[in-house]
Design a protein around this ligand. Structure first.
Ligand code: NI
Length: 204
């Protein structure tokens, strides 16, 4: 079984020599491109506030990565939504199939465990899946290195932005700690961080 790993592809001064992220074209379905993605739970249920569902989500992602490889550059799981940056293999822009597969696998296992707690009206799995995830997701093609780094910072700052913790390092379910270990941030990073939301739109 392959494992999910977040990568360390910052391309600013703290980076160790990649230049994967130089832009070639400004278009959304860039083969082999890098994408910022946001998935939201149905009616903003706090599904990912317990470790069991976070583990199920990790397992679902691992499963889909084994079938259709891609790299997770950064991630954060919030109770009612998820943010990712994914890099797809060259010539492959199909993030939407991967998202569907992750949602489907997660839903199947979630229903198997928590099914009795779901509404009676949602009697079939497909229908129940619709009560777990919002159908739409937010995607943004990362167009250059500045864009990439803004989105990596945005992801790691997100638990503070949503008022879940006071300090970035207090939130466990993100790639921030991997980035700290790799030397891209100080563990105290985030104080005074500001996102230019006029320039960047992130969905959540
Ligand atoms: Ni968010």
């Amino acid at each position: 079984m392959c494992r999910v790993r977040s990568g360390f592809e910052r391309t600013d001064g703290r980076h160790k020599g990649y230049n994967y992220f130089m832009p070639e074209y400004r278009r959304i379905f860039h083969p082999g491109g890098t994408y910022f993605l946001t998935l939201v739970t149905y009616k903003r249920q706090n599904i990912f506030s317990i470790s069991k569902t976070v583990a199920l989500l990790h397992e679902s992602i691992e499963h889909v990565i084994c079938l259709h490889p891609f790299k997770i550059v950064a991630f954060v799981f919030l109770p009612d939504h998820l943010h990712f940056i994914w890099r797809l293999p060259e010539g492959d822009a199909n993030y939407s199939t991967r998202i569907s597969q992750i949602k489907r696998r997660f839903s199947k296992q979630y229903i198997a465990i928590f099914g009795a707690q779901l509404k009676k009206s949602a009697s079939q799995d497909k229908r129940r899946e619709l009560t777990i995830w919002q159908r739409r997701f937010w995607e943004h093609w990362i167009c250059d290195e500045e864009d990439l780094n803004q989105h990596i910072d945005y992801i790691h700052y997100n638990p503070v932005k949503h008022g879940l913790v006071d300090r970035v390092c207090e939130w466990k379910v993100s790639s921030f700690h991997d980035y700290v270990k790799a030397g891209f941030y100080d563990s105290s990073w985030g104080q005074g961080f500001h996102v230019d939301e006029k320039k960047y739109t992130f969905g959540e």
